[in-house]
Design a protein around this ligand. Sequence first.
Ligand code: ADP
Ligand code: ASP
Ligand code: MG
Length: 417
Amino acid sequence: MGLIVQKYGGTSVGSIERIQRVADRIVEYRQAGHDLVVVVSAMGKSTDVLVEMAKQIAVFPSEREMDMLLSTGEQVSIALLTMALHQKGCDAVSLTGWQAGVRTESVHGRARITEIDNQRIRDELGNGRVVIVAGFQGVSEEGEITTLGRGGSDTSAVVLAASLQAEKCEIFTDVAGVYTADPRVVPAAQKLPHISCDEMLELANLGAGVLHPRSVEAAKKYRVRLVVRSSFTTEEGTYVEEVADMETGRVVSGVAHDENVAKITVIGMPSNGGTLSKLFHTLALSQVNVDIIIQGSYDAEMTNVSFTVSAGDLHKALDVLEANREALSFERVDHETGLSKVSIVGAGMINNPGVAAEMFRQLAEQEISIKMVSTSDIKVSCVIPAEQTAVAVRTLHTAFGLDVEEPAVVYGRSAAE
Ligand code: ADP
Ligand code: ASP
Ligand code: MG
């Protein structure tokens, strides 16, 4: 039997009782003859608790010390899970990111994994042990502890699976798979048996927190067989994979939302070619991720530029703009908070015109004002007032036929045809 990489998220290891259930599941896999590398997140909301403690000391704490602090959450859960396995007679060892050979860029708070030196893991597996690895963390070339960004344990698991050429990577979480929308917001959301990597990547990037976007990127790049499933039941989950010629019969596969959107408008910048590049280069240098960009006209020589950032980056972005006011020579900056982004995603959109128009019509009928729009081949996103997010998501979910189970498909046609 082959090697499987599993990952258990925060809720799945949120209490001693739950850690015991995870250990039981690991023992079952061992008894079935599998080698196992298990990546674990910090217990429950403990990472949030650590962030909160740091905020009580400093508004902008040192990024190095934040990583030092946040990486402790995973160390608690790997040790407890390994102890639980020992109690059940299962040989296991816990490893921090550093011990597991997870090397990252020298960036704090959102480092990318650059390489995995998996020798230690392979040695431990060779000795018949289950290897329990702390997710979300690694070590930089300078020997500093780094973290991968919130939700990053999924990425730890997928990259380890790629490096170890595992049979598959199972992400165990508190829902039974990937749904057509967040099941907490849309009670009628349907579990998808399969989803393509591209659609999953869009959903994850657009706010469907069930998978860390970089984990999907890595699964696509390294062809890792990725499954999302429940840690509480044994039901089949969702396979994230390329399915050849799969005609789903649906134009839209899912609705995603992100309630942490802020909009910044830079007013009165010289409208020569170099200004835009200078503006976004300055923001990029400060690690501010910009999402939707709209350039409006002002007059022949001047321009206004609006863009969105995640609400958490707003103050950093405003500080950076203020510090570069002279170099960017703008008149003033406005900003707006309390916004969200709702998006529809589906590979079927490519060949179906009118999808965006239908989305706008549906939102207009609910008297939801659309502040910004962005599209790609397989998604349409609208920025709207945050308080209307739930209504917007449910309306779009119903309008695009997602409240009902997907019709069976026979040779690319719906069975009902
Ligand atoms: P974990 O701690 O296991 O990593 P997360 O909270 O990060 O769990 O991700 C699981 C959550 O993602 C679910 O509880 C659900 O509310 C949310 N979610 C958002 N969009 C979706 C979706 N399309 N399908 C499934 N879950 C989703
Ligand atoms: N514990 C980290 C977080 O809460 C990483 C993870 O859960 O994936 O973001
Ligand atoms: Mg997660």
